[in-house]
Write a protein that binds this ligand. Sequence first.
Ligand code: G3H
Ligand code: 13P
Ligand code: ZN
Length: 383
Amino acid sequence: MSNQYELFSMVPILRAAEQSALGGKPAAIGAFNVNFYNQARGILEGLRRADAPGIIQASRGANQFQGGPDKIQVMILQAMEDSGHSLPVALHLDHGNEEQAPICVDEGFSSVMIDASVLDLEGNIALSRKICDYAHPKGVSVEGEIGKLAGVEEDVIHETTTYGDPFLVPYFFNESGADALAVAYGTSHGPNKGSQGGLENLAVWVIEKSYKGMVAYGQNENHFLVSHGSSTVPKEIVDEINKYGGNVRGAAGIPMHKIQEAVKVGIRKINIDTDLRLGITATFRKYFSDNPGVEDTSTNVLKPIKYELDSKLEAIDPRDYLKVIDASLLRTDPKGTALEEVMGLVQERIAAHVEKLVHDFGCAGLAGKVDRVSLSEQAKSYI
Ligand code: G3H
Ligand code: 13P
Ligand code: ZN
């Protein structure tokens, strides 16, 4: 039985996308990173407008920012309750490690990633298996990773991309027990994807071969491929940041038609963080420009935020300018506070972008196609 605001494993959610693809309509589910309450509300609102299932994910950095995974879990359920969001949603740990993944399982996340891609294959499989052994009895899904994305992956930096080996994909699923797998194919994290094969140079063949192997081994209805570093980095948002005092240079994202190509050949989960960061930053900058002196007339919580933005022109990560205020203010509905107006704009900005993205990913209208299996029922599927 399910109550209205439960969180789901990624498995039934991603399966709805796979079934859509098998029925001739390629689809992938959007997985959106979250750091604060109105970001979550914006994501949920975008999903609701598109009638889409979705994945909300928190990185280790996000958990730290909000004071722990328990705080994030409560924040997401609160956001769902406040917006009456009853469409299927998973709460996922993004780029988890050996320490954080079990903690997130214990704290009520419905999915975790174990990113052991810096280890050799056997080490990666062994650690991913260990996390599956911990998560699956609670019905919590697990995502692994093979290959290396260029640029920053949480606290690891890689100079260049190392593609995941497609021929290892069925083996990795089989040996590790993972439900989903990020296979590096030329995308990268952050707003500067152009120089490392973002743009037109994606190795979509890596995904195609990986997926074909999964189909050959009959894995594709329970196992799913993930595209990290997939933000589109819309030029108009970057221009807006720069127009209102920011300094974001060399920005380039993955063109939507390349993402759609990858979805056509097997991607079922698409990770988006940077696009939301950019939208949030543009909104804050424009708000301060449109409302001169607002930081002086309101209670002074806006003042240190503006100071940070004025002195960190390159900043696109909202945590860089929001960390100056008490994190608990960013964990609840800001109604009646100095943050209410700007956070309302942030929320709408995110909602509009998420709605557009999930339409483009092909998962609009799939909410009703998700089999709403509870985590305890999901746990039985692993026995
Ligand atoms: O891994 C990349 C995601 O964008 C998460 O970023 O670790 O800075 O929160 P973060
Ligand atoms: P972007 O930086 O392209 O948004 O990628 C996000 C991501 O992969 C999170 O894990
Ligand atoms: Zn990632």
